[in-house]
Design a binder for this molecule. Structure first.
Ligand SMILES: [Zn+2]
Length: 293
């Protein structure tokens, strides 16, 4: 889809919402053309869907945002293919099959766009951060889960897709994943699963062998992604990657040895933890047809 032909220009402010597994942040963006925003609110994400919806609407109305041109929302959950709600969310089960986008749109009298947080992270990095000018690329978040989004572009056209990188099966892996399958990459790299397995938060694990295995498995997952899609660059984000500066070079050196003849470059996501929020607002500038939920 040609983006130039269908992208609107917004003169009123945009609301960006990032619904994470732990916190929800709401920002006011003067324009979709810059990553700068004013933080309107940050509060714990409510497990109760109706309560969460009420809180978001309250913030938007309390702040007197009556003329928002649109609302873009990022959520740490798998989105239905039509982009209107959530279909898989281990951390937010009450949100499943609720028409979030249309309800929020009705309650705030504003157009609403919704996407997976990795899609929003990718949009933000592609527009303002480490993936600018890269046509074929991905955004990887290494956090409570291992998620990714992919962009395949050419000459002003692109498709951005949410992909289940953490739930690709690794040969010989008999570990049971929280998703219900056996053998997923995320059984080695997902913060939530690892904490349940080892009884302590990942950031407290210091054993070298643990981190060697972590990097070995994630490198294989990224090589598989590169071979299937022929992407050139991956922007890496998420709490585990951002807090452990040695992880990126460890992954890169493994990839350089194993991946032939093509190359895959890893870059630290430059927008850090704000990428999903910035990308949520950026949704309003991207035609819905360019995004495969
Ligand atoms: Zn899985």
């Amino acid at each position: 889809m040609q983006e130039q032909a269908t992208t609107r220009t917004y003169h009123e402010p945009i609301i960006g919402i990032d619904i994470g597994g732990t916190h929800t942040r709401i920002g006011l963006f003067p324009s979709v053309d810059a990553p700068e925003f004013t933080l309107l609110a940050k509060f714990p994400t409510r497990p109760d869907y109706e309560e969460q919806l009420k809180n978001i609407v309250q913030v938007v109305k309390d702040q007197g945002v009556r003329r928002a041109a649109g609302i873009g929302s990022s959520i740490a959950a798998r989105i239905a293919k039509d982009g209107h709600g959530v279909i898989f969310a281990p951390n937010l089960p009450d949100y499943i099959d609720k028409p979030f986008a249309s309800q929020l749109s009705e309650l705030c009298s504003s157009p609403v766009r919704l996407a997976h947080d990795t899609v929003c992270g990718l949009l933000a990095e592609a527009r303002f951060g480490s993936l600018q000018t890269i046509e074929r690329c991905a955004y990887l978040t290494v956090s409570t889960g291992t998620g990714a989004a992919l962009q395949l572009g050419k000459a002003g056209t692109r498709l951005v897709a949410s992909i289940e990188i953490g739930h690709q099966i690794l040969d010989g892996n008999r570990r049971e994943c929280l998703c219900g399958m056996v053998g997923c990459l995320e059984t080695y790299t997902g913060g939530r699963q690892l904490e349940l397995r080892y009884g302590q938060p990942v950031e407290q694990i210091t054993a070298g062998a643990f981190w060697d295995t972590f990097a070995d498995k994630l490198a294989i997952g990224l090589i598989n992604l590169a071979q299937l899609t022929r992407i050139d660059v991956v922007a890496v984000s998420g709490a585990i990657a951002l807090n452990r500066s040695s992880l990126l070079p460890e992954l890169q050196s493994r990839i350089n040895v194993l991946l032939k003849p093509s190359k895959l470059e890893l870059r630290l996501a430059t927008l850090g933890g704000t990428a999903p929020l910035v990308g949520a607002a950026s949704l309003l500038a991207v035609p819905e047809g360019c995004i495969l939920h």
